[in-house]
Design a protein around this ligand. Structure first.
Ligand code: GDP
Ligand code: MG
Length: 396
């Protein structure tokens, strides 16, 4: 007998829908699959406590058997599992008849998942790239300051940042409302110092691929860690010199080398050296150059987007490249510490949206687009790397 038909005979339409919804609620990442270990939980959310201990054990064993190879179960497998259970233990499923049409509380699966995610914490890896002397190291400090040691920056004297001579990653764990974020920022020495700058993008490209390789090695090892440490670069801030003349040939060639391996967000460095009008004109120039050179910047417009994604990305597309300023001092005004930079026109407040777009950038990275940057890294850039690597090794 067709198993789906058998299920329809035992369950009403709405009960089947409820089962499907429970599955979807468990599939928070919208991957079309749930972890094998989660099956019991989802079923219990739907059925309440109608299963006996031994039935639960059978269910878990079967779930694990189905997901043995991949660790995950798709909707059809999930349904088949339940139908199988229906055939073996029909009596207790009578309880389904009443509860399923009403509220069964499987929305708490989401809450469970949320807790699991919060417990794991988040990892986010950022990289700064561009000519040397554009304020990359300074901005890294500003990012951490504005997020990390907000309370500890009192009237600081102007800081002196040493010249960056090698690729260097700094990591801080930030905690906010019980959510932990491990933020790593990779600082790079910057281009333009050598006589021949043709291959200046290469060490950065290698660094990005090295992290992909590390991840792939972990993923392929026989005994896998439950959670693979993620050191892949999720976003690259590309610093553009505030020249007023558009992109340099070096910038174009570097971005075109990097755009296939990492999400690039272009920023205008030292925006305090330009007036607002100059900035706007410069932005238009850069946008034209980017379009003409067919450089892919984040958020990519190649794939079709849902209405809500489109809405979330619209302000970013409008503002890119973001005009930023890195702070060189912190003033305390009314007990509030203000990160800023003294210029000949006055004090520029780094986090004031009327002065520059630093706060917009920070919020985008750490709040609104962090997950999407990570997803894009995993689903596009890493996937490309993985596919290429495996096919080079002769895998089909
Ligand atoms: P990097 O080589 O790109 O890492 O640049 P640094 O962070 O070492 O900064 C180079 C110089 O530019 C330093 O003297 C900084 O004080 C200065 N600087 C950094 N950020 C800014 C900024 O936003 N505006 C201005 N006017 N100067 C900046
Ligand atoms: Mg530097």
């Amino acid at each position: 007998m067709d198993s789906n038909k058998a299920a329809t005979q035992l369950l009403t339409e709405s009960q089947i829908t409820a089962l499907e919804n429970a599955f979807k609620a468990g599939d928070v990442e919208d991957r079309g699959v749930v972890d094998a270990g989660q099956v019991q939980f989802i079923v219990q959310q739907v059925l309440g406590d109608v299963l006996t201990v031994s039935e639960v054990r059978t269910l878990v064993q079967k779930g694990e058997a189905v997901g043995a190879a991949t660790g995950v179960i798709n909707l059809q497998e999930f349904k088949d599992l339940l139908i199988d259970l229906l055939h073996t233990t029909t009596t207790r499923w009578g309880a389904l008849q009443t509860s399923l049409d009403g509220y069964v509380g499987f929305d708490t699966v989401l809450e469970q998942q949320r807790k699991k995610f919060l417990k794991k914490g988040f990892e986010f890896n950022l990289m700064v790239v561009g000519e040397s002397g554009l304020g990359k190291s300074t901005l890294v400090n500003t990012l951490f300051k504005s997020k990390v040691s907000r309370t500890s920056c009192t009237n600081e004297p102007p800081q002196k940042i040493p010249k960056t001579v090698e690729i260097n990653t700094v990591t801080h764990v930030i905690e906010e409302k019980n959510v932990r974020l491990r933020l790593s920022i990779t600082d790079t020495p910057g281009f333009g110092d050598q006589v021949n700058n043709e291959n200046c993008w290469l060490p950065i490209y290698d660094q990005i691929n090295k992290q992909f390789d590390k991840y792939l090695t972990e993923e392929r090892s026989v005994v896998r860690r439950k959670q693979i440490p993620d050191s892949r670069i999720h976003c690259c801030l590309y610093f553009i010199a505030p020249t007023g003349h558009g992109l340099k040939a070096l910038d174009i060639s570097c971005m075109k080398k990097l755009h296939d391996v990492v999400n690039i967000i272009p920023v205008i460095a030292k925006a305090d050296t330009m007036t607002i009008e100059e900035r706007d004109a410069f932005k238009d120039r850069i946008r034209e150059d980017i379009a003409e050179a067919e450089i892919k910047v984040y958020p990519s417009s190649l794939l079709p987007e849902d209405e809500d994604v489109l809405q979330a990305n619209a302000p970013i597309r409008k503002h890119l490249p973001l005009a930023v300023v890195g702070n060189d001092r912190a003033l305390t005004i009314n007990n509030k510490s203000i990160l800023g930079r003294q210029t000949k026109w006055g004090f520029v407040e780094v986090e004031n949206p009327n002065h520059c777009e630093f706060s917009f950038l920070r919020d985008m990275l750490l709040r609104t687009h962090m997950q999407d940057l990570k997803d894009t890294t995993h689903e596009e850039h890493y996937e490309n790397y993985r596919r290429q690597k495996l096919s080079e090794e002769g895998n089909p």
